[in-house]
Write a protein that binds this ligand. Sequence first.
Ligand code: SME
Length: 157
Amino acid sequence: MHPHVEGENLGSSKIEKYNSLYKIVKSFVDGENDDIANMANVASIIHKAFSFWWTGFYRVIDGELVLGPFQGPVACTRIAFGRGVCGSAWKQAETLVVPDVDEFPGHIACSSASKSEIVVPIKKGGEVVGVLDIDSQYLGTFDEIDKEYLEKIVDLL
Ligand code: SME
């Protein structure tokens, strides 16, 4: 039986919440090797814990990012290499923290409600195989703590 994932009972600080989330994600992912199933649960766990605007995955398929499991409103289906925040994080193979999406050249606005964003590449054997993308309806939501913990969570996949 997995614990319920609700923002209120995960701890009060962001670090406490992320430490709880890490354990919860680990308990789901250990022993399950289906990537889609794991991405679906990870998207739900993170999304519910922080009440983000949009939380989801894009997978690299035939040289493009293709929409994967997510929580939130409908989103762009395909993103080219180097395009937008997601395509740039893929190209640079590193996490991008964007405090104000309007200041990011080429940002792809799937929703005008999205104000800040973090994109974390998922790497397997040195290759980027997908990205975790989180959008917030507030400016400046993401910082080094989100980067550090989301990278650790993505490493579990
Ligand atoms: N804003 C992203 C596109 C994906 S959606 O936000 C879900 C980007 O610029 O890559």
